[in-house]
Every structure is written in structure tokens, then in C-alpha cells.
Design a protein around this ligand. Sequence first.
Ligand SMILES: Cc1cc2nc3c(=O)[nH]c(=O)nc-3n(C[C@H](O)[C@H](O)[C@H](O)COP(=O)(O)OP(=O)(O)OC[C@H]3O[C@@H](n4cnc5c(N)ncnc54)[C@H](O)[C@@H]3O)c2cc1C
Length: 455
Amino acid sequence: MSSPGSPDRSGDGRWDGEVDVAVVGGGACGVMTALRAARDPDLVVAVFEKSTREGCNAAISSGSLAAGGTRFQAAAGVDDSPQRHADDILRASGDEEWRPVVEALCAVAPELVEWIADTGYPIEVGMDMPRAGMSVPRLHSDVGRLGGGRLMRHLTTLLEAQPHVAYVDEAPVVDLVDDDGVVTGVVVEQNGTLQRIRARAVVLAADGFANDPALVREHLADLGTPFYGGVSTSTGDALAWAVRLGGRLRNMGAGLRSGLVVLDHGTRVSPALPFNGAVLLDVEGRRFVDEESKGYSSMAAVLQQQPRERAVMVWDAVAMAATRNSEMMRDCLAAGAIRDAATLPDLAHTLGVAEDTLARGLEPLPGRRALTAPFHLAWVTHGLLATQGGLVVSPRGEVLDAAGRPVPGLYAGGGTACGLAGPSSDGYSSGNGLLSAFGMGWIVGNALAAARVGT
Ligand SMILES: Cc1cc2nc3c(=O)[nH]c(=O)nc-3n(C[C@H](O)[C@H](O)[C@H](O)COP(=O)(O)OP(=O)(O)OC[C@H]3O[C@@H](n4cnc5c(N)ncnc54)[C@H](O)[C@@H]3O)c2cc1C
């Protein structure tokens, strides 16, 4: 596939290699696209990955997969469906215009989660993973709750076993090649050399732009100066190339935020804590929000408005027992990010607040359980994990131009495409990120395998 590179991006029309499918980015969307496309043994697929040393968001994610209507839910007595899943997402986002894409992704979600399980990955539905806006338990996770790193290692190992797929690491794509608006390949940089790789289909799976300060300033200035909790590779590389070819950007002001980032540590406490009685208090020990009413992304904006952009989350042994079996709480404990207070006076002393104010702050809201000493606590602030705005795509993953026509040969998924949060970060539902990425990888990869990309 590769030969000594051409000196510049135009390459005087010469190609240095040829594949059927070139995938830009070897994270969640890219690996799934390649795995599904590779079911056609006549397709040659190359995944060009900027750097696995720097990593992808999928590998540092919690690995929670949202899917409605799986056999795991059925076995647990959960009545769910792709339609209910889509309706929940759209209720949170308010983005009805995006319904066809949301419904397409929710439709394939059960199949893809069950397929991952059938490849030997231990999956269960997280009955202990309630989330705001999720009308039934719908997040699926690995048994043992080790997070996205384990999942990505599993999928990448499957990919490596495919004889006609090349996963090329330390090989950032730096541009697209087109012939009068028809995408015909990519320009890849390897060892300081540029190579033009011809491809019948190019899939942009390079995630979003959360680590590009200029783009974040341009589109997400209202977030202030959040802690950044994503990977360094999310620099929005693919967006400008696609826009040059007529692609459109949408919902660029939306992000996946978290209001659960532990100050000075960068770990996150479990989003299930509020559903187990945990309360959020301001710097004076007063409660300021119904913790269950907000998803972790919309909670970020609430914390941003608090004095010193912080709050303390307080919980007890019961809440700890219900949540500690997650990679998030394990990370917090390992980092020393959780402190303890034996009694209410101890807690007031630790927080530097008046005991009577604190006692009022800890009073349970109607229908909620009361916390009992001893207590656990963590100071939390708001963070940005990933962006949710991106390229307008069809429900089949085709990149669309302003007239709604596909840019020939070009597909996008995951964080490179417009996500499911709608115009604001408040509309993000838990599990949307990997649903967009794996879901669109599934859809595009299957279509490429079925169609043999136009041959
Ligand atoms: C801390 C954290 C926790 C999360 N938890 C969850 C969760 O539990 N559930 C959920 O649904 N979502 C979660 N998310 C969101 C989810 O991880 C992302 O939405 C998802 O990984 C996006 O998939 P992707 O394939 O678009 O990008 P990624 O998985 O980030 O992969 C993109 C890949 O593209 C590569 N790349 C970038 N530019 C180039 C280039 N020019 N050339 C070649 N390669 C390139 C990158 O190196 C990277 O490997 C979480 C995110 C974070 C940060």
C-alpha cells in the first residue's frame, strides 16, 4: 500500500497507494467502521490513526453503551425499544430536525451491542446506572466496569485479526484529495513524509475539536475556562477539509460537559451518586439544585454559575456501596480524590461552613433518602470532555452539502459529525457519544461491505 512518499499534497496526481476504504481515525467510529466493512473479504481497508500513544476518547471513556431493546434488558425485565430511546434523546435535545439520524442510530444500537457481546466481550445492562432523562435502565457496560479502555483493546484486537485491514499508527491524515468535488483519497503523513492514498470511500472518524483552543473559543466561549478531560488528538482536523468540499457544520456550540469533575484531581465521581442520595452544596453549605433533575452535562453549566465555579458533593456509605463498582469511583479512590468525615460537625469543620446551614443543606428533598454519617465528600467543578457539533450527515453517514446532497465518496461519524445533544450542551444524554461513534461506524461499515463501494 505504501511506497516512498510524494513531496507535496498535490503529488502531481501520483498515488502512493490504493485502498477501497480509507478511515481517518482509529477510535470508536473508525474501528467499528473497519470491522464491519472488513466482513467483505474483497475490500481492502486502511485505518490511519494519528497516534495511539496520545489515544482516543473512546479508550478513556467509561465505555457506557446506550441501547434500547437489547436481550440484556429483556433478561433484566426492562421494557425498552429503539423508538423509546430515540424519543428520550430528542426530548433532552429538542433537536427534531435531527430525528432521522437519531432514529437511525438508535435502531442499530441493540444489534451492535449484542454483536460486541457475541464477539466475546462480557456485557451487561447497568441496572445500577440511572441517568437523568433516561426513562429506563439503558446503559450497557462490561461486567467488572473497567471502562472504555478494555472495550477498545478488545475491538482493536478483533481488527488486527482481519487479513485485509491495515491499522496504520502514527499516521495522521492531513488532507483529503478530490477530483472536482468527488473525494478520491487522503494525504497521510508518515515519518515526516506525505503520501497520497487513493480510496473509493473516505470515512472521517477523527472526533471533534475540544482540544483546539481557537475553535473552542470561536464556538464554545460561553463555557468559560473548563477543565479539559478529553484526549489531545481532538483537534478538529477533518472539519475544514470537509467544509472546503461543501460540507456543513451544525450545532457547533454543543459539548459533552461534566459537572462531576473533582477539583485538583481531574477524575469524575459517578453520575449515579445523586440517584443514591448524594447532595451538592455551595461553598457556604447550602443546597442549590435538585441533583437528580440534571444530567452531568447540563450540571456543568449550573456549577459554572456557582461562586468559585465549584460545589461539594456529599454522600454516605449506602451511596458509596451502590456506586463504587465503576471505573470512575475506582479512579477517584486511587487518586485520593474522596475525603471522609465521621460526623456532621466533622463535615462542617472540613468544609468550613456553619453546622446548622449544613444540616439544612443535607435535608432530603421530598421522596429522597436522608444521608447518614459517616460522610464522603469531593469538591467538584465543570469540565469539557468532548465537542458535539460537527458535520451534517445523512442517516447513512454521508457528508451532506448545503443543498442536502452527499459529497461523493465522503462519510463521517462519531465526534466529527454533528452529535445528538442538539444546539446546547444541556441536551446531551448519557451514552450519546459512543452511540454516535459505534452506531455510525456500524451503519457506514455495513453499507460499504454490502455495496463494495461502488464497484
Ligand atoms: C472522559 C470521557 C468519558 C466518556 N464516557 C463516555 C461514555 O461512557 N459513554 C459514551 O457514550 N460516551 C462517552 N464519552 C464520549 C465518547 O468517548 C466519544 O463521544 C467517542 O469516543 C467519539 O468517538 P470517535 O470515534 O468520534 O472519536 P475517538 O474515540 O476519540 O477516536 C478518534 C480517533 O481519531 C484520531 N485522529 C484525530 N485526528 C486524526 C487525523 N488527522 N488523522 C488520523 N487520526 C486522527 C484520534 O487520534 C483518535 O484515535 C466520554 C468521553 C470522555 C472524554
